[in-house]
Design a protein around this ligand. Structure first.
Ligand code: SAM
Ligand code: SF4
Length: 345
């Protein structure tokens, strides 16, 4: 098919070597969703029946993804790329995507529910994946089924162990804490992570649950989570200073020297002031915030024959308009139409 003429973007070359938004924040972390499909149905992310999946033709190909990523790395020295979804390991031949991205030489990570890692951890590491964040909200099989609507706790834990054995490092566990659902398991999860020597970060429940009934009173504030942990596993003083990349998690070391724990207070203490990331959805929309209400269509640029300069111009314009921060809980807060699985968490 002949490429169509580029339509609505300028082809002015973008020359600066770093990408800075309108609030002076340097943007250098790219989160790429490669599918909106999933093998779980977490209540905080999707309805039981799933969501209307994107038609395959609408989803960026691996070559399109690699091209956009290369523009960001070559022009603005982006140094971190995280592959996510939906569940990224469901995408056919996902290993080959990492082979395409590895030559970019960035910190290449993936967020996954781990169910397929028993088979994929070693091939993914060999292809260039460096580290994984794995979602695990409970160690109890019945609670796992209540949250994810699937009976897969065993495979998830096997996947975590496969990631550790494959040398993907660091392995970090992400736990979304919901009042009355899994908040009684905070200490069990801390013990689990410390026993395995993996990282652990507790995430506040955000209103990106496909309209399934998020309310503020279901959110367990990060401060409360830290107090619960500190009472049983004393934490040593101040948060660990971040080195290099902006970390949404505030991390604290255990006083006994056995690891650390983080909290991501996206609702009660948003870290927007330091945010250095942008996201691309599986259908190629650039989003400059999880809660953004507008998107820029990178797929259209790529598929209509736009040049790398065109792509860079659209990305730079979107980043210039990156807003200062979201306002969850305020009366003027508007939820985005997309759920977490459709954005790429
Ligand atoms: N399927 C993969 C997984 O679960 O790790 C990757 C995609 S998932 C959308 C990415 C992250 O978003 C997971 O850590 C998940 O727990 C988190 N997440 C999803 N919905 C959320 C919500 N409403 N609030 C907070 N975190 C959420
Ligand atoms: Fe799937 Fe991840 Fe959403 Fe759970 S959080 S439904 S594993 S995309």
């Amino acid at each position: 098919m002949e490429p169509r003429e580029p339509k609505y973007y300028s082809s002015a070359p973008v020359e600066s070597s770093t990408l800075v938004d309108g609030h002076g924040r340097r943007v250098r972390d790219l989160r790429i969703s490669i599918t909106d499909r999933c093998n779980l149905r977490c209540t905080y992310c999707m309805p039981a029946e799933g969501l209307p999946w994107l038609p395959r033709a609408d989803v960026l190909t691996y070559e399109e993804i690699a091209r956009i990523a290369k523009v960001c790395v070559d022009r603005w020295a982006f140094d971190a790329i995280r592959i996510t979804g939906g569940e990224p390991t469901l995408r056919a031949d996902v290993v080959s995507l990492f082979e395409l991205l590895a030559p970019l030489g960035v910190d290449l990570a993936m967020t996954t529910n781990a169910i397929r890692l028993v088979d994929l951890a070693v091939p993914l590491r060999n292809a260039g994946l460096k580290r994984v964040n794995i979602s695990l909200d409970t160690l109890d099989a019945a609670t796992f089924e209540r949250i994810t609507r699937r009976d897969d706790l065993g495979r998830t834990i096997a996947g975590i162990d496969a990631a550790i054995a494959a040398g993907l490092a660091p392995v970090k566990i992400n736990t979304v804490v919901m009042r009355g659902v899994n908040d009684h398991e905070i200490l069990d999860l801390v013990e689990f992570a410390r026993d395995r020597g993996v990282g652990l970060r507790f995430i506040e429940f955000m209103p990106l649950d496909a309209g399934q009934g998020w309310t503020l009173d279901q959110v367990v504030p990060a401060r409360e989570i830290l107090e619960t942990i500190d009472a049983a596993f004393p934490l040593s003083g101040d948060a660990i200073p971040t080195s290099g990349h902006v970390e949404p998690a505030e991390r604290f070391a255990f006083a006994d020297g056995r690891g650390d724990v983080g909290v991501i207070a996206s609702v009660t203490e948003p870290f927007c002031g330091d945010c250095d990331r942008v996201r691309i959805t599986a259908d190629g929309r650039l989003r400059t915030c999880l809660f953004a209400l507008d998107e820029s269509d990178l797929r259209e640029v790529v598929r209509s024959g736009g040049s790398d300069d065109d792509l860079a111009a659209v990305i730079a314009r979107a980043v210039a308009g990156k807003w200062a921060g979201h306002r969850i809980g305020n009366v003027d807060f508007i939820r985005p139409d997309r759920s977490m699985s459709q954005i790429g968490g």
